[in-house]
Design a protein around this ligand. Structure first.
Ligand SMILES: [Zn+2]
Length: 125
């Protein structure tokens, strides 16, 4: 299954400028170029939320993972890199929480790196 990235240089080039845009109400993700004006969900016409490429769309039935992403966005974490200072004076990228239970500690430690929070329309499911 694994294929070397170099096997698809054009595909990789094209993907470089595509970002996941999530609709939390539909639990869908659309990969689109970044746009300064807001994008609209083609399914429900709600606002899409642009996320960093660390975001991997959960299955639409995975309520726990969608809730986790929802809470992170509401706290201003848009799946862009977050860093922790090291003892040697450098920084190291920190993985995002794997579960909702890990979110409060993550938010508390890294809130200084959060962007302005964005309200999220929850799924009705
Ligand atoms: Zn939608």
């Amino acid at each position: 299954m694994y294929k070397n990235h170099n096997a698809f240089p054009k595909a990789k080039q094209a993907q470089r400028h595509l970002f996941p845009h999530a609709c939390f109400a539909c639990r869908k993700v659309f990969r689109k170029p970044f746009a300064t004006q807001g994008r609209i969900c083609p399914q429900c016409s709600g606002a899409l939320i642009a996320l960093g490429r660390k975001f991997h769309a959960p299955k639409s039935t995975d309520s726990a993972q969608w809730k986790k992403a929802h809470v992170l966005v509401e706290h201003g974490f848009f799946f862009e890199s977050v860093y922790r200072a090291t003892e040697l004076g450098g920084t190291v990228a920190v993985p995002y929480p794997r579960t909702l239970a890990e979110v409060p500690a993550f938010v508390a430690e890294f809130k200084g790196q959060a962007r302005p929070a964005q309200p999220v329309r929850p799924s009705e499911r």
